[in-house]
Design a protein. Structure first.
Length: 391
C-alpha cells in the first residue's frame, strides 16, 4: 500500500469508531454501561463513513474492519466483565487527543470508579503481531537523545526551561555537538540531505514563496522502479548509520526509547482483533509476566543488522533468555499516499475526482501525484512486533 489506498484508510478509521459503538452497545445490553449513548456513537461511525464518500458506508460492511469486531468484541467484552466484576464501563474514541500527546491510544475504557485505561486498537488479519510505531529516521534518534516536550518538540538537555523543534537542524545539531557526539551530527546531516534530495526528486521544492512540482515524477508509473531502488539503497545505508549512532549512546536510554516504541513502557494497553481471535495486553498473563521482565534492571536490549536487511532487529534479553521474539524496525521512505495508486482502479483516460483527505475534490489522472499529500513525502521507520510467544 506504499502509494496509498485511500478507501482502505477510510475503512480502517471507520472500523475504529465502529468498535467504540460495538463495545458501548454491549455495555448497555449487559446493564454495565455508565452512559447510555449508543445512538450517538452509532452516528459517529456511520456519519464518518458517509463523509468519506464513494459508498464507504456500504463497502465497509464487507471488510475485516467490520467483520473482526462483529466476531471478537463480544468475547472480549465478556472477558472484560469477568476481570472487572461489579464495574461499569464507557468506551470513548480518543484518537485525536491522544495523538496530540504523542500517545497511540485509539479508545479509552472509562470505569465507574474513575479509572481510565487507554487502549491502542489494531483491527487486522492476524492478532499475533502488529505495526506499532512509525516515524522519520531523525525522529527515531531524537527520541533517544532528548526528552519530549510536545509534538516534534524537545527540551534542551542543558536547560529544561528551553524547548526546540526536532526538525530545526541548526539548534538540534549544536546541542548534539555540545553533548559530545560530533559523529552523530554528521549522521543527522546525511539524513537531512537525503530527505531533502529525495523529496525534491519525487515531489518538488520551494522556490521563493512558491512550491514548484517536478514534472518528471508527476505519475507513479514513471518513477516506480527508481523509487523501489532508492528506498532499498538509502534504507540500507540509513540502517548502518543509525545502528552506529545507537552504539554511541547510553544503552539505558536506547532501551528506554525502544520500550516506548514497542509499547512495553506500561503507559497504554493493546487490543488486537483478527478473524481467528484477539490479543488483549491486560488480560494475557504470559504478556504481563513478560512485561515485568522487560522492565526489570536485569533486562538488556540487544540489536543487530542481519545480512541483506534494510532494518534493525531488536531483542529484549534477561538471565532466562529472550523475552519476546525479535522485533524489526525497517528504514525506507514514507510515500504518505503521494500518488493516487489504487489496485482496485484500472487505468482510465482523462481525470477523476479524488475523494477524501487533504486533496479532496482534486481532479487527477491515473496514478497522478496528489498536490497536497505528496508534500508529506519523508524518510520513514516502522516497528513490527511479534506477540506469538505470548499468545
Amino acid at each position: 500500500m506504499g502509494a496509498g489506498n485511500q478507501t482502505d484508510h477510510h475503512h480502517q478509521d471507520t472500523g475504529e469508531k465502529y468498535v467504540v459503538w460495538k463495545l458501548q452497545s454491549l455495555a448497555v445490553e449487559h446493564g454495565v454501561a455508565i452512559t447510555n449513548n449508543v445512538a450517538e456513537k452509532y452516528d459517529d461511525w456511520y456519519s464518518y463513513a458517509k463523509s468519506c464518500g464513494s459508498g464507504v458506508e456500504e463497502s465497509f460492511t464487507k471488510t475485516m474492519y467490520k467483520k473482526n469486531p462483529d466476531k471478537q468484541c463480544e468475547p472480549f467484552f465478556k472477558e472484560l466483565m469477568e476481570n472487572y466484576p461489579n464495574n461499569k464501563f464507557d468506551f470513548v474514541d480518543v484518537e485525536v487527543e491522544e495523538r496530540a500527546k504523542g500517545m497511540k491510544a485509539d479508545l479509552m475504557i472509562e470505569f465507574d470508579n474513575g479509572n481510565r485505561k487507554p487502549v491502542s486498537l489494531k483491527n487486522q488479519s492476524t492478532h499475533t503481531g502488529a505495526q506499532l510505531f512509525a516515524s522519520t529516521w531523525i525522529a527515531l534518534l531524537n527520541g533517544v537523545l532528548f526528552d519530549r516536550a510536545g509534538q516534534g518538540i524537545f527540551y534542551n538537555p542543558f536547560d529544561k526551561n528551553i524547548t526546540f523543534l526536532g526538525r530545526n537542524s541548526a539548534i538540534r545539531n549544536d546541542i548534539i555537538e555540545k553533548l559530545g557526539y560530533p559523529e552523530i551530527v554528521s549522521i543527522y546531516e546525511w539524513m537531512d540531505k537525503v530527505n531533502k534530495d529525495m523529496k525534491e526528486y519525487y515531489v518538488g521544492k520551494k522556490v521563493g514563496k512558491d512550491f514548484v512540482y517536478r514534472e518528471e515524477s508527476r505519475f507513479h508509473y514513471n518513477v516506480a522502479d527508481q523509487l523501489d531502488k532508492d528506498r532499498k539503497f538509502y534504507g540500507k545505508k540509513a540502517v548502518l548509520l543509525v545502528e552506529k549512532a545507537l552504539r554511541m549512546l547510553p544503552q539505558d536510554k536506547v532501551k528506554s526509547r525502544m520500550l516506548k516504541i514497542a509499547g512495553l513502557d506500561c503507559q497504554e494497553e493493546l487490543l488486537i482483533l483478527s478473524p481467528k481471535g484477539y490479543f488483549c495486553s491486560f488480560f494475557n498473563k504470559k504478556y504481563q509476566k513478560a512485561l515485568k521482565r522487560v522492565n526489570s534492571e536485569k533486562c538488556e536490549l540487544k540489536y543487530e543488522i542481519r545480512e541483506g536487511n534494510q532494518g534493525i532487529h531488536f531483542t529484549f534479553v534477561d538471565d532466562e533468555g529472550a523475552i519476546f521474539k525479535p522485533f524489526y524496525v525497517p528504514f525506507t521512505f514514507n510515500l504518505n499516499g503521494a500518488w493516487w495508486v489504487d489496485k482496485d482502479i484500472p487505468k482510465y483516460e482523462g481525470t477523476r475526482t479524488y475523494v477524501g483527505g487533504v486533496d479532496n475534490g482534486a481532479e487527477l489522472q491515473w496514478q497522478e501525484r496528489k498536490p497536497k499529500k505528496s508534500k508529506q513525502f519523508a524518510t520513514s521507520t516502522n516497528t513490527f512486533f511479534n506477540y506469538s510467544s505470548v499468545c
